[in-house]
Ligand binder design. Structure first.
Ligand code: NAD
Ligand code: WQD
Length: 338
């Protein structure tokens, strides 16, 4: 299939483009480069051995999108484009609602005008809020999100579901990612956050490479194995392959489907730090800080539905993810800047 990948020069998008090409699909990327570098696609081209058509287009730019749909025979869309920083979304809620919600509404409208009614949407485990029980299944209740970013994901799930209900020609796959980490084994692409990383793994790798002095661990008094927060860390390549499997759902015309993409295994902050040290031989100094507002103790996936329906399970473990994250960071201490 020829697949439009919005946000395709970003972290998860760039890895997904590789797996789409590996599986014999064609990818066309649009991105406004607000949180990524075009260089990631140059690296992707090196890995897959061919150029990926790229358009610097904002998903809110209807005319720009129209031109892409007129030029390329798009059959489906994997929609990654969006703002994703939890803390920033609390400071700039308007910007998050406008970018993520308005952008998706424009994209979906242009898609349907061109008869393209297949979409995979990047949702998040954040829609489960603070779950009553773990592991969470797709049937676990959605809870109010503690930040506008999460709310955009939850609202967009509803919006896409409603659009599919009104027009059954649509195929909508909502993928709820848990905590993506790792990088492509080549070390050529990986996560490249602007400024101080919000997420745990890029913070660890920046400490390891000497850009930050020590990791702050947000709380060690949670009701968990060692008091630190527990999450489901999934290798980004596994996540990317999950998208390729989801593309195969379009031909089944199942309406709207929801899948958790996680490993099914919880790992604490301290366990991840120690796994990183064991996998790389690099010591990570840390200090215990106060809990971070909005954090929960534990969240991990029941990923059995994706196994049953998509034939997908995560194959890489934490050790491998640590090695791959480290290779990327070590070889590219300043991300995509040479
Ligand atoms: P990312 O920031 O690396 O990628 C998102 C891309 O979208 C960036 O390249 C950015 O430039 C682009 N973009 C943003 N707004 C745009 C717009 N209006 N028009 C065009 N391009 C735009 O983030 P990522 O980690 O690769 O995340 C991809 C998607 O997955 C996002 O929707 C994110 O919310 C979702 N997600 C991420 C995580 C995570 O922890 N990384 C977890 C769950 C869900
Ligand atoms: C993981 C654990 C922290 C940084 C966020 C979003 C979620 C999703 C994934 C997009 C927690 C602890 C972290 C640090 C730490 N994104 N931590 N020191 O919070 O599970 O999820 O990213 O959809 O929506 O909320 O991920 O990587 O920020 O934190 O101790 O410097 O690491 O407290 O227990 P989180 P994270």
């Amino acid at each position: 299939m020829k697949i439009l990948v919005t946000g395709g020069s970003g972290y998860i998008g760039s890895h997904t483009v590789i797996e789409l090409i590996n599986a014999g699909h064609e990818a066309v990327v649009i991105d406004n480069l607000s949180n990524s570098s075009e260089k990631s696609l140059e690296r992707v081209a090196k890995i897959v051995g061919k150029e990926i058509p790229f358009y610097k287009v904002d998903i809110r730019d209807r005319e720009g999108l129209e031109k892409v749909f007129e030029k390329e025979k798009i059959e489906a869309c994997i929609h990654f484009a969006g703002l994703k920083a939890v803390g920033e979304s609390c400071v700039k809620p308007w910007e998050y609602y406008e970018n993520n919600i308005s952008g998706t509404l424009v994209l979906v409208d242009v898609m349907r005008k061109h008869g393209v009614k297949n979409i995979i949407f990047s949702s998040s485990a954040t829609v489960y809020g603070d779950p009553d029980t773990v592991p969470v299944t797709e049937k676990s209740p959605k809870k109010p999100c503690t930040n506008p970013y999460g709310t955009t994901k939850s609202m967009l799930e509803t919006i896409l579901t409603d659009i599919q209900t009104a027009d059954p020609e649509w195929n909508v796959v909502l993928l709820r990612y848990f905590n993506p980490i790792g990088a492509h084994e080549s070390g050529l692409i990986g996560e490249n956050p602007n400024g101080i990383p919000n997420n745990l793994m890029p913070y660890i790798t920046q400490v390891a490479v000497g850009k930050r002095e020590k990791l702050g661990i947000f709380g060690n008094d949670y009701d968990t194995v060692d008091g630190t927060g527990v999450r489901d860390y999934i290798h980004v390549v596994d996540l990317a392959i999950g998208h390729v499997k989801a593309v195969e759902r379009f031909s089944l015309n199942k309406g709207t489907e929801i899948f958790n993409l996680g490993t099914g295994k919880g790992t604490s902050v301290l366990e991840l730090v120690h796994a990183f040290e064991d996998a790389t031989g690099v010591k990570i100094p840390y200090e215990i800080k106060d809990r971070r507002a909005g954090d929960i103790a534990t969240n991990y996936a029941d990923a059995s539905l994706a196994a049953k329906e998509l034939g997908w399970t995560a194959k890489y473990d934490i050790k491998r993810a640590c090695q791959d994250s480290w290779r990327w960071q070590k070889n590219n201490p300043n991300g995509f800047e040479e």
